[in-house]
Design a protein around this ligand. Structure first.
Ligand SMILES: CC(C)(COP(=O)(O)OP(=O)(O)OC[C@H]1O[C@@H](n2cnc3c(N)ncnc32)[C@H](O)[C@@H]1OP(=O)(O)O)[C@@H](O)C(=O)NCCC(=O)NCCS
Length: 194
């Protein structure tokens, strides 16, 4: 894999774009993306994330304080009950799906694009202890297999597939499939999404 490859991160959603949708509209989209099952841990984790982002828009701060207390309690409940660490500081795109639960750790500075799927056992984190703010950036429609780890300030392009249990340390171009430890690009039989 060529670490200098610059994948196309065409339309990562920023917090400002995200805020054009109301909280309930976002949560409704997420609910539909999670097969309209409000009991799914992934849906609950994303919904708490949306709430955490939304409460930061509440003014004055005095009014926000009880919402922040509620957010922190819900965040801990999701983390402790389902093993999903998803801080409100993650730039989460629309309709992101968290399939299943357990050992899902997402660095607070990650960017995750629209319609991306994250599965059980996935870590998106920093690579080196002395570079704690390095975090992966995933494009739209990225398909992250169970147990995959993506470390450091790497870009995963739109529509990329990350194989189960891969350890990704380099950029992955749009539409590419990466497998193995360390991950390498393979010729995929999977259709490349547009
Ligand atoms: C990565 C993936 C999408 C590749 O699919 P594909 O493009 O159809 O690739 P293939 O199955 O044709 O495999 C191509 C090569 O990669 C290898 N490979 C595929 N997935 C691999 C993986 N996760 N780790 C290591 N090697 C893998 C195959 O053995 C094959 O090697 P070979 O050419 O030496 O025979 C798929 O294997 C995968 O890992 N999906 C994630 C599934 C998942 O997490 N499910 C969770 C359900 S809860």
């Amino acid at each position: 894999m060529n670490s200098s490859t610059e994948p196309q991160l065409i339309s990562n959603v920023t917090q400002s774009e995200q805020s054009t949708l109301g909280l309930w509209e976002q949560i409704k989209e997420d609910w539909i993306a999670h097969e309209c099952d409000w009991t799914k841990p992934g849906f609950r984790a994303v919904a708490v994330h949306r709430f955490g982002v939304w409460r930061m828009t509440v003014e004055p701060k005095l009014l926000r304080a009880p919402l922040s207390m509620l957010y922190r309690a819900l965040y801990r409940k999701i983390r402790n009950n389902y093993g999903i660490e998803l801080s409100y500081s993650v730039q989460l795109g629309r309709r992101v799906i968290i399939e299943h639960q357990g050992a899902i750790v997402i660095h607070g500075d990650c960017v995750i694009g629209d319609d991306t799927i994250i599965r059980q056992g996935v870590t998106l984190g920093n690579r080196y202890l002395d570079r704690p703010f390095d975090a992966p950036k995933l494009g739209n429609r990225v398909n992250v297999g169970a147990g995959a780890k993506i470390f450091g300030n790497v870009n995963i392009g739109d529509g990329a597939n990350i194989g189960a249990n891969a350890v990704v340390l380099c950029n992955v171009p749009a539409g590419a499939t990466a497998v193995g430890i360390p991950a390498r690009i393979i010729e995929s039989k999977q259709p490349v999404s547009g």
